[in-house]
Design a protein around this ligand. Structure first.
Ligand code: SF4
Length: 465
């Protein structure tokens, strides 16, 4: 029964890959690896591959943002051959970025490096090689225990990367479990291996099969090829979804998944604030100092991570979380505590009301204060953040909410983090353009107030409008 299902699954997948012409891409990426002879991996490759996993989990995010830090570590390692291993590792930690980590983390890293180092020595003299030839499962087990890999999967992935034929893809097992409705834990490498063996009789094929699944299901994404099973986003488009038990049981019926998908597709505005808060609260946020630092620096982090995230990866989950956080913070900023009854007729009132919030911000932020016909506040709307230019402060973004709220007038407000409120030529151009558009749509632009550290600049007071 199981055999039949996995064969069906494989057949469906192959058919779809053929239709889409993806099989060629997969083959061209798989075959060099499948055909590469088993080899004794070189020292540097092993360090490159393994160093990241030596780090405590929290720092792995950091390193994925700054991979060059580990590169220099590997180079240094190979140039310190005059020292004993112990001295070498101590010196490396002292002069690498590791020395900024807390002492306890440094000690953990040091002991992991030393452990791994002794394994490498054994590898280099060929004894691992022999063990792998003689007893593959036993080799995984031993390597895992000795080199400190956390589980079978990591060990097998490591061996597969070194050129040994090991099915190593947790992604493909997860995909299979979702598709078949199998509830067994996706940490069971050997069960998955047995299952694959039912349709692939020789190691080479088995590896190719695992690799095809892995590539298709996105563990290592191929540029230009969609990934499946890792993220529910893919399920809506997946040609296998009519037969997939996961899709039938979960995706179709789960509003949470839809919600995450809306964030993923940049449709966050369609999510209610309360729903968004429950999504953020639902994430496991442990308030560790590292995570707090992430929160504090989330705009930069979001920008850095968004450039290259793979669907379903931990990074992508973090990006979705940060996007949610950003949306909530923007929504709450646009509801800032301006007293509703204040009549905004003078620039000093605006300065008094907004100075505290805007003067301390480290980035430029552009707001529209939307007013009714008595010049009382309807809404303070954040339009954009970052260095202002014509394209960021687009009239559409400025006036659309004002039109929707049937506003009589608006006041433009932004801050200068430098503290000097005098307008730049950009500020003057933006103001002129927005006044012109305001005249066309019938919404008065009453003023443009630039808030500095101690003082402010008002275009209306200076008779520039
Ligand atoms: S519907 Fe989703 S879970 Fe099922 S096979 Fe397709 S991508 Fe995978």
């Amino acid at each position: 029964m199981v055999k039949l299902m996995i064969e069906d699954f494989y057949a469906l997948l192959t058919e779809w890959l053929q239709q889409k012409d993806y099989l060629t891409i997969i083959n061209s990426t798989c075959y060099p690896l499948i055909n590469s002879p088993e080899k004794n991996p070189d020292y540097k490759t092993l360090w490159d591959r393994f160093l990241k996993s030596l780090l405590p989990k929290n720092y792995q995010y950091f390193i994925s943002l700054h991979p060059y830090l580990l590169e220099s570590f590997v180079v240094d390692l190979t140039t310190l051959s005059q020292y004993t291993v112990q001295q070498r590792v101590t010196k490396l930690i002292e002069r690498s970025f590791f020395n900024i980590l807390p002492d306890m983390d440094q000690t953990i890293i040091k002991s992991r490096i030393l452990d791994f180092h002794s394994q490498l020595d054994r590898w280099a003299d060929g004894s691992w090689h022999q063990q792998i030839q003689m007893d593959r499962s036993g080799a995984i087990d031993k390597l895992q225990r000795h080199a400190g890999f956390e589980n079978d999967w990591d060990t097998a992935a490591f061996l597969a990367d070194c050129g040994y034929w090991y099915p190593s893809s947790r992604a493909s097992l997860k995909a299979w479990n979702k598709f078949s409705g199998n509830t067994s834990s996706p940490t069971e490498l050997f069960e998955w291996w047995d299952l694959l063996k039912k349709i692939a009789t020789e190691p080479k094929k088995l590896f190719a099969l695992d690799f095809t699944f892995e590539r298709t299901f996105g563990a290592r994404a191929i540029p230009g090829m969609p990934t499946f099973c890792i993220t529910p986003a893919a399920c809506f488009e997946c040609p296998l979804n009519t037969d997939c038990s996961y899709y039938k049981a979960s995706v179709k019926l789960n509003p949470g998944i839809n919600l995450e998908n809306l964030i993923r597709m940049d449709d966050i505005n369609k999510i209610e604030t309360t729903q968004l808060i429950s999504y953020l609260a639902g994430e496991r946020w442990t308030e560790s100092p590292f995570q707090k630092r992430l929160i504090n620096n989330y705009p930069e982090l979001l920008q850095a991570l968004s450039a290259d995230v793979h669907p379903g990866s931990d990074d992508e989950r973090l990006v979705l979380f940060l996007k949610g956080l950003q949306a909530i913070s923007e929504r709450s900023e646009s509801r800032k505590t301006i007293t509703d009854s204040v009549v905004f007729c003078k620039s000093d009132i605006i300065f008094k009301e907004l100075r505290f919030e805007l003067a301390k911000q480290k980035q430029e932020a552009f707001y529209t204060l939307i007013l009714d016909n008595k010049h009382r506040k309807i809404l303070l709307k954040l339009i954009t953040r970052g260095t202002l230019n014509q394209s960021l402060v687009h009239p559409r973004e400025v006036f659309a909410p004002a039109i929707q709220l049937r506003a009589a007038a608006v006041i433009l407000i932004h801050n200068h983090p430098s503290g000097d409120p005098h307008p730049s030529s950009q500020d003057i151009d933006i103001t002129k353009r927005l006044i012109e558009v305001g005249n066309i749509v019938g919404i008065n632009v009453l003023d443009h107030v630039i808030i500095g550290q101690e003082t402010y600049f008002s275009f209306a007071d200076e008779e520039l409008m």
